[in-house]
Design a protein around this ligand. Structure first.
Ligand code: ITT
Length: 192
């Protein structure tokens, strides 16, 4: 069985990668499967930089093929925020109900309610070379939280072709259109 190591400790991301990769015969491992802690400093200004920093930090310790995921929500009416700070927005430990409501409040009266989820996957190969893959999904900030699937900002991300939020559809449906699904599809195309 083929193995893919993902340099993330976010269990929701691991779940989504598993849902997409296991049917293709991949065994998915992540930082959650290691006994050791690998320090990752995410101080880049872009998704590309941070994704590469994550994969490279893990590659430097394990010396195997590694992929990573740096992702976030970019809200037009907030000048692209929270963007690369999506996990840390209002504090890493603040509940998403509170973060999501704060975004709704800021966008509610804006003319432009547009937002994008962005995901950059960095693939560092065993020989040290690397390549980045970007996926984006475009939608709008909903006027209330809706749905209990997914994670993070999914309950406020209204996706027009589904006529509902990404938290209000089945996981495999989200994966077919999501930023993560699109970035992964580009990576897989390269791997084949
Ligand atoms: P790792 O660095 O360990 O991968 P993290 O959660 O800190 O985990 P990021 O720095 O990439 O990862 O932050 C991504 C944040 O963006 C995530 O915590 C969510 O708040 C948000 N996000 C990303 N993808 C999302 C999705 O599919 N649905 C909802 N929110 C998402």
């Amino acid at each position: 069985m083929k193995e893919i190591f993902i340099a993330t400790s976010n269990l929701h991301k691991v779940e989504e990668f598993k849902e997409m990769l296991q049917p293709l015969g991949y065994n998915v491992k992540s930082l959650r499967d290691l006994d050791e802690t690998i320090e990752i400093i995410e101080d880049g200004a872009t998704f590309e930089e941070n994704a590469y920093k994550k994969a490279k930090s893990v590659y430097d310790v394990l010396n195997v093929d590694v992929i990573s995921d740096d992702s976030g929500l970019c809200v037009n009416a907030m000048d692209g925020a929270p963007g690369v700070y999506s996990a840390r927005f209002m504090g890493e430990d603040t509940a998403y109900d509170i973060k999501n409501q704060a975004i709704i409040d800021q966008v509610q009266n804006a003319d432009d309610k547009g937002a994008q989820f962005v995901c950059v996957i960095s693939h560092v190969k065993a020989d040290g070379s690397h390549k980045e893959y970007r996926g984006e999904v475009h939608g709008e900030i909903n006027d209330r939280m809706l749905g209990s699937n997914g994670f993070g900002y999914d309950p406020i991300f209204y996706y027009p072709p589904f006529a509902t939020t990404l938290a209000n559809v089945e996981p495999d449906k989200k994966n077919t259109v999501s930023h993560r699904g699109l970035a992964l599809a580009k990576l897989l195309e390269d791997l084949q």
